[in-house]
Design a protein around this ligand. Sequence first.
Ligand SMILES: Cc1cc2nc3c(=O)[nH]c(=O)nc-3n(C[C@H](O)[C@H](O)[C@H](O)COP(=O)(O)OP(=O)(O)OC[C@H]3O[C@@H](n4cnc5c(N)ncnc54)[C@H](O)[C@@H]3O)c2cc1C
Length: 298
Amino acid sequence: MLNKMSMKGAASMKQVDVAIIGCGPAGLSAAINVKARNRALLLIGPKLCSPSLHKAHKINNYLGLDNYSGEAMRQQFLKHVRDDGIEITQVSVAGIYPMGDIFQLQIRDSFVEAKAVIITTGVSGGKQLPGEDEFIGKGVSYCGTCDAMFYQDKIIAVSSDGTEYEDEVEFLAEVVEKIYYLPNYEVTATLPANVEIIKSKIQKFTGSARLEVVELENGQELQVDGAFLLKEQLPLAQLITGLELADKHIKVDENMSTNIAGVFAAGDVAGRPHQVAKAVGQGQVAALSAASYIDAHK
Ligand SMILES: Cc1cc2nc3c(=O)[nH]c(=O)nc-3n(C[C@H](O)[C@H](O)[C@H](O)COP(=O)(O)OP(=O)(O)OC[C@H]3O[C@@H](n4cnc5c(N)ncnc54)[C@H](O)[C@@H]3O)c2cc1C
């Protein structure tokens, strides 16, 4: 099955100049500016672009669109992107892998190749769970397709933020012996027989050299070999190895360049203040920098 999935990935490999991860104000601004520079782009984001903006009751400090609700502003931004003929690919990126002059982005069971990457993933992901950081790579994983093979015939816990991850759960179920499934939503689909649904949330990860126990809010302690957290907002260190951070944000210079050549960041993820105007401005700068980077590396 793993081979089948990787072959499927290879067959569906898409190549673009710039991949933009996140479709909030920063990502949308980056997208229209990459398009304006005539570069092939892939804009990747969830079904609901920018939950942050969606939640904002009133935005009074964005020039020219005063007194808009966050949702009205969000719709206005999305309309601009649609009017420019830009589509949003509705998936989440599970990892960015530098491969010489290009980057491979893992999205579900396929890969995308890009010459430059702009990260605009925002900061709304919430806190990491106790023990999560300690056991990353030692039992805690964020990508079923990438790491399933390490859990052949083992017992795992999987938490998931929505139905869009059910394919990944089914794939994991084919590889592992048993899944304790902790969905953060109402499951209506029929999942494989070795998937036991538990209506609780993870409270803590414990173990010694590797993860051994997942403690739940309902008091249950699950003895597991691994845990998969299927969610959009990944720890930044998990998205791409070696990215330099500063105060939990991606460290950028005035061109929105990160410490990794060809990787740019913009918006909330690139530092405070967490504001729409700053996100839009930085998205534009990142787009122009990415286009210049590609020109310089032709
Ligand atoms: C209640 C509230 C009120 C606010 N009021 C104001 C205000 O009055 N004025 C103001 O200027 N700002 C305000 N803000 C802040 C504003 O919403 C943010 O600054 C702005 O949305 C940041 O844009 P962004 O594009 O950087 O990130 P976001 O808008 O957070 O967008 C990031 C996107 O990336 C997606 N994403 C994350 N990880 C992945 C992945 N791995 N793969 C694919 N996609 C991914 C996310 O789902 C999201 O759609 C408010 C925010 C909130 C929550």
